[in-house]
Design a protein around this ligand. Structure first.
Ligand code: GRF
Length: 193
């Protein structure tokens, strides 16, 4: 496997809307020698996203895009990504649905992490629905993004066992721990030379 150093790494933007724990784990991974990516931009649609603090902590440029009009949002976003020469986008808890037009422009270059064993439990309130259905297992999935929600080609998945007294909160914590390992692994899987 080739090791990409410094500016040779693939310029990557991480899109967030909330806590940014996956962002943090991706940043840590990106600083390792074996990482093919460098995170050079953080994008959020929510100016209050806690994860934006990681921009300050790790000295990574951040941009907040709070625009409702879909065409305007796309135009602005595309110009920002072009400016920073972004090649890969990692969605990490990004709660805005990207337009078909935007996805086409970055076809095969947008990844997402979802807290279920896709194709089961696409969409929101995943853990609640999993527990309501008395599932024995859940997990997380890293997949390519296509124009259908949580439906692109699966890159990697990790299964977790649901405990007897599992709550939404405990399941969320358990799965997040696995997400933080799975996202870097998925990146290595598709980008290792
Ligand atoms: C994660 O559970 C991820 O799978 C989902 O949104 C959550 C984001 O968490 N898409 P965080 O902001 O990375 O902590």
């Amino acid at each position: 496997m080739a090791v990409l150093i410094g500016s040779n790494k693939i310029k990557t933007a991480v899109f967030i809307s909330g806590n940014g724990s996956n962002l943090k784990s991706l940043i840590k991974f990106s600083k390792t020698k074996k990482s093919p990516i460098a995170i050079t931009l953080i994008v959020s649609n929510n100016s209050k996203a806690k994860g934006l603090n990681y921009g300050k902590i790790f000295k990574i440029k951040k941009r907040v895009l709070n625009i409702n009009n879909s065409n305007l949002f796309d135009t602005k976003l595309l110009s920002i990504l072009e400016k920073y020469e972004i090649e890969i986008i990692c969605l990490a808890g990004f709660m805005k649905i990207l337009s078909k037009n935007f996805i086409k422009k970055f076809d095969g270059k947008i990844l997402n992490i979802h807290p279920s064993l896709l194709p089961k439990y696409k969409g929101l309130k995943t853990h609640k629905r999993v527990l309501d259905n008395n599932e024995k297992y859940s997990g997380c999935t890293v997949h390519f993004v296509n124009s259908k929600l949580d439906s692109g080609k699966i890159i990697l998945q990790k299964k977790v066992k649901i405990s007897k007294n599992e709550t939404e909160n405990s399941l969320n914590k358990k799965i997040l721990i696995q997400e933080h390992k799975l996202y870097p692994k998925a990146i290595l899987k598709i980008l290792s030379l």
